[in-house]
Design a binder for this molecule. Structure first.
Ligand SMILES: [Fe+2]
Ligand SMILES: [Fe+2]
Length: 127
């Protein structure tokens, strides 16, 4: 089964810099979903991890800059996502039967976090 997530403008939070980064995250996640060989998966996950860190840092700076009221809680969610990403990555690399769990996490994380949480930064920014 080929898993794939595609960007639509419904996912845009209305801050161009962040939307571009989210688009790139979609790409990196799709690369990861398509990585079948262990070595390939390892490389994709490393790229995803690095870019996610960069993206979270950028998002956190922006939240600080605009005095976003839920900054602390949002930063905490980012930390949890990084921890979860590391955990699920390790598990899937060590045990291929855990691969589905990783893939499901990657897909739901993006949708749930961007749509559920990042969208509020956009709403606050527009006010
Ligand atoms: Fe976020
Ligand atoms: Fe984000």
């Amino acid at each position: 089964m080929t898993k794939n997530i595609s960007w639509t403008d419904d996912y845009a939070i209305g801050i161009d810099e962040i939307d571009q980064q989210h688009k790139f995250l979609f790409k990196l996640i799709n690369d990861t979903l398509r990585s079948d060989l262990k070595e390939q998966l390892q490389i994709s996950l490393l790229q995803l991890y690095k870019y996610t860190r960069e993206h979270f840092t950028a998002e956190e700076s922006l939240m600080k800059e605009i005095c976003y009221p839920q900054y602390k809680q949002h930063r905490e969610l980012h930390n949890q996502l990084i921890t979860e990403l590391n955990k699920k990555s390790k598990e899937a690399l060590n045990d291929p039967t855990k691969r589905d769990k990783l893939d499901n996490f990657l897909v739901s994380w993006l949708i749930v976090h961007i749509i559920g949480e990042d969208i509020h930064i956009g709403e606050f920014f527009k006010r």
